[in-house]
Design a protein around this ligand. Sequence first.
Ligand code: ZN
Length: 315
Amino acid sequence: MMHKNFYFRSFQVAVLAFILIVMAGCSLYPSIEPHKPTSMPSTIFTNLVATDSHSKLVDLPNEQQEATDGQSYTGASDKMGNVAADSQAHYSEFDEIEPIEEVLEKADSSIDQEEASSSIHEEEQQQSMKIAITFDDGPDLKFTPQILDILQEKKVVATFFVVGIQVKKYPEVLQRIEAEGHLIGNHSYNHPNFTKLTREELADEITRTDELIFGAVGHVPTIVRPPYGAINDANYAQIEEMDKSVMLWNIDPRDWDGSSVEDMLENILANAKDGGNILLHSFGSKHVENTVTLLPLVIDELRELGYEFVTADEL
Ligand code: ZN
């Protein structure tokens, strides 16, 4: 019984295997068939999409004939990259020469996609406009804290070029500047004109201020802003030898000079640009009151125009 059963089972298995092999053979054949046209349809598509599709579409059947050798379009196909890859997916529909509308739709939608992606690109460019607000001559106990309050409320980071003589008096204000995420720059100790200093005097101005800043916040600045923007080639070279870089500004509403809030706002908006570095003051002039009034207006207006506020080293 066991043997009979075994032979019968074996026979059943053999028959089943035979049927499966025959079925597999039949189902494989048609799946091979569509590969016959190989590169031909995709090169035609590439050519159509790559040029003016409307005029080319009229000649579609002839082009299909001409393109059977395929080779002459290979260059265009390479250049079109994505479009060619896209068209390949549709080649079997193309065999029936039916999908003229589809070709049109395809061409139109690829144009739409290009337009959409270019407008996204423009938006990205607008969104990435960066501007820095910088405050010189602090810290002090009156204006610097008011400015910090506004920056905190508006969630804006700024840069403070501080003078050693003020850091010595108000280290705790410098600590607040640091704690609230702003950048600190070295603006000398006594606010002299660098071009009138000896090499030793300039080194002393920067080093003394660095030491005071280090004492307050535990690190030294890598950027130096010369008072009055006065600097010569020798000063530049010397500052670079100290592993620091010189940073001036490119937007100056002259807040130290008593300019009105309206004039300053107009000046800043007229000169605002990606990479803009705005010079303001947090101490050193009685007119800094106007700066405090101006600040929230400037922030709101620039933000409205799409500017992102960054520290001066991020421009
Ligand atoms: Zn200054």
